[in-house]
Design a protein around this ligand. Structure first.
Ligand SMILES: Cc1cc2nc3c(=O)[nH]c(=O)nc-3n(C[C@H](O)[C@H](O)[C@H](O)COP(=O)(O)OP(=O)(O)OC[C@H]3O[C@@H](n4cnc5c(N)ncnc54)[C@H](O)[C@@H]3O)c2cc1C
Length: 386
């Protein structure tokens, strides 16, 4: 897997590859089999200095480009979907804190998320508020110097492991989106808060995904992230970054499955130019490599747009998310097919990547929702939106 994309830092990628080779890859099958939280992979990446790549160095980040982050995440995803989700969730939690946190909030949490000494999570989704997060019912009612939180969040990555949860709740449901407000929950000192057990899932089994419940959960006013009613724009900024992550995972899942077929084909002498019977396989590999290369180029180019634009390129990020995550599932399925019955073998890893890939089409906004956002952009460009 090579890339010479100008904005991808090759030194970071070489170092991430080293952690992948030494720590993440060897553990991946066991993480999946045992549904084991991949703490060592996260620690390895943080120890190398890559805990949260894109944040500036003065808060503990690596000051890397979005393209470097996406390429790094693709490399991690190519060997272990669970580790990639746990790792990206650290960034998804750190990014809104960095954007809207007070100096104290940033100093308390961001360096620790970057060095891996704290685990973060971000909680938007509710049983009746997934695609339409503005329908959230979790409320944070002001009571003197505190807010009282009541409600339930579901499908929260890292939720049972988190030291800090970036929570989105409504201070006044009658205000709709304008009532959505963000809070930073220090789970070490919370009462009235409970994280449910990890869910049993199709893939990414080591990345724990849990429900969070809040019953009369009191948090200080100082835990508010930004002002009341500023949560919805922050949420939109956050999901643009998390969609880049999902897209990078898609490229990685496709690449990992492709690599598994190449390794298998090499061991079976199916890559020899003297083996005419293997030409169909080789041509199919050539086609898949073209698909992966094109998706990677799209992703990295859109990452450059994200870094270079004043206004977030929301529709382009949606395009990358839907295209690259669909590619992940499609290519992983094609690779399992190419392997024949061996595709079903856990030892080759392709079946795991196929299972890991599917959910990336659904989380961080389903691909139908991404289509809606792109369609709206098309209508806007055509002057059809008021
Ligand atoms: C493994 C995993 C990890 C996750 N991690 C997190 C996390 O860390 N934090 C967090 O907050 N959430 C997380 N989620 C939740 C995830 O982001 C949501 O599941 C996702 O946004 C979809 O919401 P939903 O499941 O409620 O689907 P729904 O909104 O109920 O949608 C159901 C179906 O209807 C379609 N649909 C919905 N509305 C429309 C529409 N207007 N037009 C066309 N089709 C539509 C959808 O595309 C989908 O196919 C995670 C989910 C999973 C599975």
């Amino acid at each position: 897997m090579t890339t010479t994309w100008a904005s991808v830092d090759p030194a970071v990628i070489a170092s991430v590859d080293d952690v992948v080779r030494r720590v993440i890859g060897p553990a991946a099958a066991g993480v999946d089999r045992g549904s084991t939280f991949p703490a060592e992979g996260l620690e390895g990446l943080a120890a190398a200095g890559w805990g949260v790549l894109q944040l500036p160095t003065d808060v503990g980040g690596a000051g890397a480009s979005s393209a470097t982050y996406a390429e790094a995440l693709a490399r991690i995803s190519a060997v272990c979907g669970s580790t990639s989700t746990v790792y990206m969730t650290q960034m998804h939690a750190a990014h809104p804190i960095h954007l809207r946190g007070t100096p104290d909030q940033v100093a308390t949490w961001v360096p620790r998320l970057c060095d891996g000494s704290a685990i973060g999570s971000i909680a938007l989704t509710e049983p009746s508020a997934g695609s339409d997060v503005s329908a959230m019912r979790t409320v944070a009612r002001r009571d003197g110097d505190e807010y009282v939180v009541d409600g339930e969040k579901v499908f929260i990555s890292n939720g049972d492991r988190a030291d800090v949860v970036v929570l989105f709740a409504s201070v006044d449901r009658s205000l709709g989106k304008d009532g959505v407000t963000a809070f930073l929950l220090d789970t070490r000192s919370l009462t009235g808060f409970e994280a449910g057990p990890p869910l049993h899932k199709l893939g990414q089994k080591g990345a724990s995904t849990v429900a969070l419940s809040f019953v009369d959960c009191r948090i200080p006013v100082s835990a508010r992230l930004g002002e009341e009613g500023e949560g919805y724009p922050l949420l939109l900024q956050s999901v643009v970054r998390s969609r880049i992550s999902a897209a990078a995972q898609g490229v990685g899942f496709a690449q990992g499955a492709f690599d598994a077929v190449v390794a298998w084909a090499g061991a079976q002498d199916l890559l020899s130019s003297r083996n005419p019977d293997a030409q169909d396989l080789q041509f199919e590999l050539a086609r898949l490599r073209g698909e992966i290369t094109a998706a990677r180029a799209m992703l990295l180019s859109i990452c450059d747009d994200v870094d270079g634009s004043e206004v977030e390129p929301v529709a382009e990020v949606s395009l990358a998310k839907m295209h690259c995550t669909a590619l992940g599932t499609r290519v992983a399925a094609a690779c399992v097919q190419l392997l024949g019955a061996d595709g079903d073998l856990v030892s080759l890893g392709a079946e795991r990547l196929l299972r890991d890939a599917k959910i990336a089409e659904i989380y961080d906004g389903t691909n139908q929702i991404q289509s809606m956002l792109v369609a709206r952009d098309i209508r806007l460009a055509a002057g059809q939106v008021r």
